[in-house]
Design a protein around this ligand. Structure first.
Ligand code: URA
Length: 267
């Protein structure tokens, strides 16, 4: 992939050396040589069990997923928004300022799935508006992508596995993930993204039904319901572990290349 001067400048801002981007094969070898626990927004002591792990090689089917809030699977976008805004299915509703549905154009070709709103997101009602959001926006901008106005091919819809903030930014709990999951599933069904970026282990657990560390799943293209999905580190993790930014950049490049390939093949 070739980068414009502007993109190279942005990557440098992110602390990424473009000239040092390893091939995908190298990136995978590097990641497998150093498996690690990737933690995302919060700083967990232990990993909650995923609702029901499944092989990451298989696209996860909607039919085999956990309990679904009544009727969510038939909702249109406005109904889904309303359902999220009024949800009281788990204990997180009592501590929230507001729900955080997601941001971006529902026609976007890209979808980012993160973990859960933090304090600022809870206050503003938009995902990824804090420090990790600034890094996410820089990463997206470096690829020519945005959560704002653009043509759909350059737009990203950003959502979280949880729509309410866990108190003190603790990890999502299994029952919370299970209750909230139908909303994310329906968002993906309605957006119909051409590429999903699963950021951090809770997005991975939810979408791929895998408890494997991010470091083992990144570097290749998975499938979710027929949509290509690339796993990468959560921006909050990258803020704490800047040495992994280059790997995250490789993952984003992989996603772009995959999308270019499928778009060319379909033309
Ligand atoms: N981390 C997330 O995963 N999502 C947000 O919205 C903010 C921080």
């Amino acid at each position: 992939m070739r980068w414009s001067e502007r993109q190279v400048a942005m990557l440098q801002e992110m602390g990424i050396r473009v000239w040092n981007t390893p091939s995908q094969g190298d990136a995978v070898a590097l990641a497998e040589a150093q498996p690690e626990v990737e933690t995302g927004t919060s700083r967990p002591a232990s990993a909650p069990a995923a609702p029901s792990p499944a092989s990451v090689a298989e696209p996860a089917g909607v039919a085999v997923r956990g309990p679904r809030a009544t009727g969510v699977d038939a909702m249109d976008w406005p109904a889904l928004r309303d359902a999220v805004a009024g949800c009281t299915a788990c204990k997180l509703c009592s501590g929230r300022t507001q729900t955080v549905f997601g941001v971006g154009n529902p026609q976007a070709h890209w979808m980012v799935v993160g973990e859960a709103p933090g304090e600022q997101e809870d206050r503003q009602g938009e995902p990824f508006v804090g420090k990790s959001g600034q890094l996410l926006d820089s990463m997206l901008r470096a690829l020519g992508l945005t959560r704002g106005e653009a043509e759909p091919a350059r737009q990203v819809f950003i959502a979280n596995t949880l729509k309410c903030r866990p108190p003190g930014n603790r990890n999502p709990e299994p029952d919370e993930l299970a209750q909230c999951e139908p909303f994310l599933i329906r968002q993906i069904e309605l957006v119909k993204p051409r590429m999903i970026l699963a950021m951090g282990r809770f997005a991975v657990q939810s979408l791929l039904r895998s408890n494997e560390p991010v470091g083992r799943l990144r570097g290749r293209v998975h499938q979710y319901q027929g949509v290509p999905l690339v796993v990468t580190y959560h921006p909050a993790y990258l803020l704490r572990n800047p040495e992994d930014k280059a790997r995250a950049w490789d993952d984003l490049c992989l996603a772009v290349e995959q999308l270019e390939r499928t778009t060319t093949a379909a033309a």
